[in-house]
Write a protein that binds this ligand. Structure first.
Ligand SMILES: Nc1ncnc2c1ncn2[C@@H]1O[C@H](COP(=O)(O)OP(=O)(O)O)[C@@H](O)[C@H]1O
Ligand SMILES: CC(=O)N[C@@H](CCC(=O)OP(=O)(O)O)C(=O)O
Length: 287
């Protein structure tokens, strides 16, 4: 690169930092719940970059909470063990044997990979599931789904303790039943319930598409509840996007200020959304 171009590059970087000031001020002390889907987890480099962004958020005063999925990793392990798995309405039918694998994969490999990545960037992350400290008590969602849970009682007090200690919670979407059961909870649903319990400033759902698209394939940058309902009735919002948009609406009803659906594979997706004029993905706001 020529020296003059290099200077231009640095000037642009400095300008970006300077333009971030009002956003840094706005998010100082804010709670941001980030759902990292299994499809958005990608390569080691992508995980490292995600972890760096999370540590930067913490460094500038944001309280990030990571809630993760891991559907593709559960599928791989079930395949290896020759256990058949079915989905109904985007939720995995979960019997005892499946639950054992779900818990092992989510609380084990997936959770610890994220914890280690954040700690590797100089942050202090701790791995939990909804079963810890009564964070997420569940009831059965539907008898046909077996051990799939709906969050019914939340206690986020441990998360506030962790915020005060500069610690970043990384949460696997498992819930405790009232009779000692373990429930499998859809990652989006868990993130929405945790965001509502914390009255979070932002819920970011990181997925494998750049936002909610309209009938012509364009990303809709701002969505209202009415638009979501209409697009769902028309079949424009379909498949895995239905639980995501439903989660966003429920989270906003529960007191979250805004929810964003964005591409977790895009470099620095969270920073772009929080700290620049540009934003990213589709935002659904209160009111
Ligand atoms: N209107 C829409 N806009 C964008 N994506 C949509 C839409 N309707 C359905 N989808 C699908 O939803 C998918 C995201 O859901 P899903 O695969 O369950 O994500 P994740 O694994 O990250 O939880 C997209 O990859 C896309 O195929
Ligand atoms: C009930 C239910 O379906 N639970 C999900 C939990 C993981 C998840 O949600 O992972 P993604 O976010 O990567 O899809 C499952 O068993 O796959």
């Amino acid at each position: 690169m020529k020296k003059r171009d290099m200077n231009r590059d640095w000037i642009a970087t400095a300008r970006t930092l300077s333009e971030a000031l009002p956003y840094l001020q706005r998010y100082d002390g804010a709670i941001v719940v980030i759902k990292l889907g299994g499809h958005a987890m990608g390569s080691d480099e992508a995980m490292e970059s995600f972890a760096r962004d999370v540590v930067l958020m913490r460094q500038v005063g944001v309280n990030p909470v990571i809630v993760h999925g891991g559907g593709p990793m559960i599928n791989q392990m079930l395949d290896k063990l020759d256990i058949q798995s079915d989905f109904v309405g985007g939720k995995r039918v979960t019997d005892e044997a499946t639950m054992e694998v779900v818990e092992m994969v989510l609380s084990g490999r997936v959770n610890k990979r994220i914890v280690q990545a954040i700690n590797g960037q100089g942050g202090k992350a701790v791995g939990l599931s909804g079963k810890d400290a009564n964070l997420m008590t569940c009831d059965a969602a539907d008898p046909a789904l077996g051990l799939v849970g709906t969050p019914s009682e939340m206690d986020p007090s441990l998360l506030h303790t962790l915020f005060r200690d500069d610690t970043i919670p990384v949460i696997a979407p498992l819930g405790a039943g009232r009779n000692g059961e373990t429930f499998n909870v859809n990652g989006d649903t868990a993130a929405g319930a945790i965001a509502a319990a914390l009255k979070a400033d932002r819920l970011l759902l990181l997925t494998d598409i750049d936002g909610v698209r309209d009938a012509s394939g364009e990303v809709v940058t701002e969505l209202t509840a009415d638009q979501i309902r209409e697009m769902t009735t028309q079949g424009i919002i379909a498949g895995g996007m239905i639980p995501k948009t439903e989660t966003c609406l429920a989270a906003i009803d529960g007191g979250v200020r805004a929810a964003v659906i964005l591409d977790g594979r895009a470099p620095n997706a969270c920073l772009l959304e929080l700290f620049t004029d540009h934003g990213a993905g589709s935002i659904i706001r209160d009111g």
